[in-house]
Design a protein around this ligand. Structure first.
Ligand code: SF4
Ligand code: SF4
Length: 306
């Protein structure tokens, strides 16, 4: 669904409210009592489309803000954005485990405080090799084992490459968690204490909010942001430009500050994917931690041993 559809929906929704307001006109008491208790006519009239398809005029003071609706229906969210194939590049040479990506993701998706969709692991490939930090997201695999095992089609792959979960369908069997070789998924064991504004929002597969107890959650590549032409929250939050996000079909990725040609970047810097031999075909590529911007410091380990 495009921006025009959204504007039309908002227009119609506003019209619906106005229609409700007009329906109240026949009542003897203040016809707008429920809509705007203290509102006084401003004299500024606006034209709206009623639910009956008629153009009506109403004083602006009697309008209420349209409740925030998901940008697209969950049916459209299953299809994805036409003409796109999203891809992420994670530059390990730039990561110093600030975890700004993680906190932005947690906050923006209202994840349970004990969980993370983005994990940042300390890595060391062999005894004499240098340690480094490795952020992980859902890999949005092109051959996703999680999708193949879901018995109710709650998790699905879209045409733009993003793998999502429909929490309204999820029955919490956790087959997908067992099937995911990247341990990307987390289970909502507990009731989430959501901000009122979020709790009242209609559920959307594209925002993955509000998360629900008894269902599975994971990194969603922030498709609601992509639909607005904006970057995922982790990409924007990282001050070191570790995450680059983009469209494989356009052959570009960006971290907001730099925009690079995806194919050149992967070729020039020897990009690779995790567990390539499994045949999952991840949409997340890594650049090796070569020529690192920062020395490796594992403060978490120091704190643990204190
Ligand atoms: S990383 Fe795991 S959860 Fe994400 S698409 Fe691949 S198998 Fe599914
Ligand atoms: S936990 Fe939910 S998404 Fe995962 S396999 Fe079961 S029904 Fe599907």
């Amino acid at each position: 669904m495009n921006t025009n559809d959204n504007s039309r929906r908002e227009f119609l929704a506003t019209g619906l409210l106005a229609g409700l307001a007009l329906a109240g006109c026949s009542a003897k008491s203040n016809p707008f009592a429920e809509l705007a208790n203290d509102a006084k006519p401003s004299g500024e009239m606006v034209k709206l489309l009623s639910v009956d398809g008629e153009i009506i005029e109403i004083d602006k003071a009697f309008l209420k803000p349209v409740p925030s609706l998901p940008a697209v229906s969950n049916e459209a969210a299953r299809v994805g954005i036409a003409g796109k194939k999203f891809v992420m590049v994670i530059d390990l040479a730039r990561c110093k485990s600030l975890k700004k990506c993680q906190s932005a993701c947690n906050h923006m998706h209202q994840i349970h405080p004990t969980q993370n969709w983005i994990k940042v692991y300390p890595m060391q490939d062999a005894e004499h090799t240098a340690p480094y930090w490795q952020p992980t997201t859902c890999m949005h695999c092109d051959e996703p084992p999680c999708v193949k095992v879901c018995p109710v089609d709650a998790t699905f792959k879209r045409q733009d490459g993003i793998v999502l979960i429909d929490s309204d369908r999820c029955i919490g069997c956790r087959f997908c968690m067992a099937a995911c070789p990247y341990s990307s998924r987390v289970f909502n064991w507990e009731e989430l204490h959501l901000e009122k504004e979020v709790a009242e929002k209609p559920y959307s597969c594209e925002t993955s909010m509000p998360q629900k107890k008894g269902t599975v959650g994971k990194c969603d590549f922030c498709p609601d942001m992509a639909r607005k032409g904006e970057l995922p929250h982790c990409v924007s939050a990282c001050p070191n430009g570790v995450f680059l996000f983009g469209d494989m079909l356009e052959d570009t990725v960006t971290n907001g500050a730099e925009t690079l040609r995806f194919s050149d970047l992967i070729k020039d810097k020897a990009g690779y994917r995790l567990m390539e031999d499994l045949g999952t075909k991840p949409s997340v590529y890594y650049l090796p931690p070569v020529g690192r911007n920062f020395p490796f410091e594992n403060n978490e380990k120091k704190e643990e041993t204190k």
